[in-house]
Design a protein around this ligand. Structure first.
Ligand SMILES: CC(C)(COP(=O)(O)OP(=O)(O)OC[C@H]1O[C@@H](n2cnc3c(N)ncnc32)[C@H](O)[C@@H]1OP(=O)(O)O)[C@@H](O)C(=O)NCCC(=O)NCCS
Length: 377
């Protein structure tokens, strides 16, 4: 049987997350996403995903310390970033290139809790790669990571060179918590396929970054925000979106393989964005996004009545990250920084399953051709 896009195929058993597309529910390691995303630190969520239980205060302090101690980049990684910046390579491509240089040979062993140090080194270094690259790309002095800052505050600090406010840290942390894991999405599946061959963690993560980069997966929020800016005024939304749909173009930030109702992360992110924009005292963009969303959902129902195309996580991601003054080019790298925690957890699960992931294909080319010597072609 052929399942285009592997629709409906269950290819893994996991305790990490459940995506219930009919009920619009996302469970991460037992907890509904809305239960923790707005209050937890990212380190707590990472610990939860990797260990299957919430850390005690001491365990969390040790975990944060272990991450903070692994933030520095090796010279080879810095050299790759400098070379990439010299050629104006986009940040997500630079992240993929730099991730491939991470040398985990020197970080063997585990924390007292049994967490492999190589896993910690990866999530500690991804933010340093992104922060360092952004500074290099913009000809600004590189900002060294700070061990006294938490994961999210340190990320913002390395990008901007300024210690962020609690509100900004909370806003980004809510986003990172929302996207940490999401069933067998394309990048996670990629990581599991690579792991199933017996290959190493860095290879799996490099492949996963490549999958996440695509506009149908993690690359959607930038184009979603561009679309809102192009619309500019709610009165233009219907004509603009109709023209796009008439051209058979996809509306970025809408539709999902699994969700048939509004993505539960949308609620969390739109609430976080609302708080942020209200505090800044300018609701124009927030209101425009909400208006565009209404029109888009209505038109998608009209054009695709048999589907139920709803708002997905990327639409309000764009609004929230923009409100945090995050450059658009870093939207997808921020996604990768969070999702790396989920990828690593899936790689660990996959390693316990010794079966290689190897589906079949249905041949539809010709058969029984006769070889023609080159001089006779
Ligand atoms: C997410 C996505 C890739 C899921 O794809 P999928 O499960 O394969 O869904 P399909 O592509 O089968 O969708 C079925 C139909 O709805 C249409 N459709 C799906 N999402 C659409 C969108 N956002 N805008 C316009 N049409 C859309 C498809 O064109 C397709 O129509 P067709 O059968 O005439 O070709 C898809 O909805 C999409 O491209 N969304 C926009 C990108 C995005 O926001 N990605 C982030 C996901 S979190």
């Amino acid at each position: 049987m052929f399942f285009p896009g592997l629709v409906g195929v269950i290819a893994a058993r996991t305790r990490l997350s459940e995506v219930d597309g009919k009920a619009g529910r996302l469970i991460i390691s037992g907890y509904p996403v809305e239960e923790f995303a707005g209050v937890a630190t990212f380190e707590e969520v990472a610990y939860l995903l990797w260990k299957g239980a919430l850390p005690t205060a001491q365990q969390l302090a040790d975990f944060r310390g272990a991450i903070a101690a692994e933030r520095a980049l090796a010279t080879v990684t810095l050299d790759v970033l400098k070379a990439a910046a010299g050629k104006d390579i986009p940040p997500m491509t630079a992240l993929r290139m730099a991730a491939g240089t991470l040398d985990l040979q020197t970080v063997k062993g585990t924390t007292p809790d049994g967490i492999p140090l190589e896993n910690i080194a990866v999530i500690a270094r991804f933010p340093t790669i992104v922060g360092t690259y952004w500074r290099l790309l913009n000809d600004e002095p590189v900002v060294e990571p700070r061990a006294d800052l938490g994961f999210t505050a340190n990320l913002l600090y390395m990008i901007t060179g300024q210690e962020p406010s609690e509100e900004r840290t909370r806003g980004l942390e809510t986003y990172l918590n929302c996207v940490v894991d999401h069933g067998l999405n394309a990048s996670t599946f990629t990581a599991r396929v690579i792991t199933s061959t017996g290959s190493d963690l860095i290879s799996a993560l490099t492949g996963a970054i490549g999958a996440l980069k695509g506009p149908l997966h993690g690359g959607a929020p930038g184009p979603a925000l561009d679309m809102v800016f192009e619309i500019g005024d709610a009165a233009n939304a219907e004509a603009y979106l109709r023209a796009k749909l008439d051209r058979k173009e996809r509306l970025m930030g809408f539709g999902h393989r699994i969700y048939r109702v509004r993505d539960p992360r949308v609620e969390v992110l739109s609430a976080a964005a609302k708080r942020l924009y209200e505090r800044d005292g300018d609701m124009r963009l927030y209101n425009l996004v909400a208006d565009v969303e209404k029109v888009a959902v209505r038109l998608l129902a009209e054009y695709y009545p048999q589907r139920s195309l709803q708002t997905n996580v990327e639409f309000y991601t764009a609004l929230l990250l923009h409100g945090l003054a995050m450059p658009m080019e870093l939207f997808t790298p921020c996604f990768a920084i969070s999702r790396a925690v989920g990828w690593i957890a899936h790689c660990q699960e996959q390693r316990k399953d010794s079966r290689i992931i190897r589906p079949e294909s249905e041949y539809e080319g010709p058969r029984d051709m006769r070889w023609v010597p080159i001089e006779a072609r």
